[in-house]
Design a protein around this ligand. Structure first.
Ligand SMILES: [Zn+2]
Length: 416
């Protein structure tokens, strides 16, 4: 399939250029003002709207979509007490439909690639495939205090068979045993995989870890050898200078999830200090049970502004740096090459954003507008791997939208 986008304002390397983009099958084959002869199956007039890379949502628990609004206005420990019993009730069928609901929201909001951290990977992968989502799927210990041993080899095989990337995931230093961490480190080393975990999300977690091990969570991970693998940590809200120095010494990516941290009153991650320390920072939504939406525009706005406020410095974390975190840095943290930007040879994961709206006018600074003014509802076309999966309120999935809603309604009445 060959698709020609013309009259576009293209976000390339976080700057706007005008021109055309040619897509052939799953790749971008041309970006610029003088396109070659190209026998396109479809030509799309972008009408000077913005064409940019799809967002890389680097941390999510997508089956939690069914629990949106179920455990609001409570701190993390009480929230877990409310969420865990529901998670235990969910069947593979529930996981599948809840994931499909989340996928609809993803593509509607321009999210084309995701890191998924949850149990029941089969129904999750089946749902993600229905929309052609790109993803890194976690194997290992996604639950708090999981006692049942998992077959890592089998999970890895299944992920590879479904053509997704894999990552070895431990829930957290408080929810995963040392033995389980060790098992994941060995497995990751043997199979050349990255590792990931929630870390330093709350003050309680840091306090408990320090009492138990005489180490901060970051020091504990270093002690375990978890940081010796390419590593992604989610949150890192309560990390001090010494922690950041350790993280910067290793191949560590930090994923910030500001909405989730704010809503659970966990705190504000020191993103600017991490950036200054040279750590790769990406952005995630976390699950809909704690966020409560999959909206990277909201996350970008918060990532840009929270540290400006805490440090009383409006000049830090500029809009273009934030856009990079939500696209290029995200692709890097998940280990995807040729993803996260609009360049020849890159995967055709791209979105169109309607800027012919009052909240974008008068187009003084399109890059700033993407971070400070745009809304997820401005996305009107989403392409993943060269296939248009969403366009003007129509989802091009192998699953009917009405069926997704009706199945989710049934699950809600059954388990919530
Ligand atoms: Zn999480």
């Amino acid at each position: 399939m060959k698709i020609w986008f013309y009259n576009a304002q293209i976000l390339q390397n976080c700057k706007i250029i005008s021109g055309d983009v040619l897509v052939e099958d799953e790749k971008i084959v041309y970006v610029g003002k003088n396109p070659p002869v190209f026998d396109a199956d479809r030509k799309i007039d972008v009408k000077n709207n913005i064409l940019m890379s799809g967002f890389v949502n680097t941390h999510s628990h997508i089956p939690s979509t069914i629990m949106r609004g179920y455990a609001d206005d409570m701190p993390l420990d009480l929230w877990l007490d409310k969420i865990i019993p529901i998670e235990r009730k969910m069947t593979e069928n529930d996981i599948y439909w809840s994931t499909m609901l989340g996928v609809m929201e993803y593509v509607r909001a321009g999210i084309t690639c995701v890191e998924e951290n949850y149990s029941f990977i089969s129904p999750i992968m089946n749902a993600l495939k229905k929309a052609g989502m790109r993803a890194r799927i976690s194997l290992g210990y996604p639950n708090v205090n999981q006692t049942k041993k998992v077959n890592l080899e089998q999970q890895f095989k299944e992920i590879k068979k479904n053509n997704f990337k894999a990552v070895c995931f431990a829930h957290s230093v408080y929810g995963t045993s040392q033995k389980q961490f060790d098992e994941l480190i060995v497995f990751a080393g043997k199979n050349n995989l990255s590792v990931s975990t929630h870390l330093s999300e709350t003050l309680k977690e840091v306090g408990d870890c320090t009492v138990k091990y005489d180490k901060t969570p970051v020091e504990y991970l270093e002690y375990l050898g978890f940081l010796d693998r390419p590593c992604t940590i989610y949150h890192a809200v309560h990390t001090d200078k010494d922690d950041l120095k350790i993280l910067a010494d290793y191949n560590v990516n930090v994923v910030t999830c500001p909405s989730s941290n704010l809503k659970l009153a966990s705190g504000i991650a020191p993103i600017y200090a991490m950036q200054t320390a040279g750590i790769n920072i990406a952005i995630g939504t976390d699950g809909a049970y704690s966020n409560n939406s999959y909206d990277m525009f909201k996350e970008m706005f918060l990532t840009a502004t929270l540290n400006k406020t805490t440090l009383y410095n409006a000049e830090i974390l500029k809009a273009k740096e934030i856009l990079k975190m939500s696209t290029i840095n995200g692709a890097k943290s998940l280990g995807f090459d040729n993803l996260g930007d609009i360049k020849e040879g890159y995967f055709a994961d791209l979105i169109l954003i309607d800027i012919d709206k009052p909240h974008h006018f008068p187009h003084n600074n399109l890059v700033s507008n993407l971070v400070y003014s745009a809304k997820s509802s401005d996305v009107y076309l989403t392409m993943i791997n060269g296939k248009i999966v969403y366009e003007n309120d129509i989802f091009n999935f192998d699953e009917k939208v009405e069926k997704i809603y009706s199945e989710c309604k049934k699950i809600k009445s059954k388990i919530l």
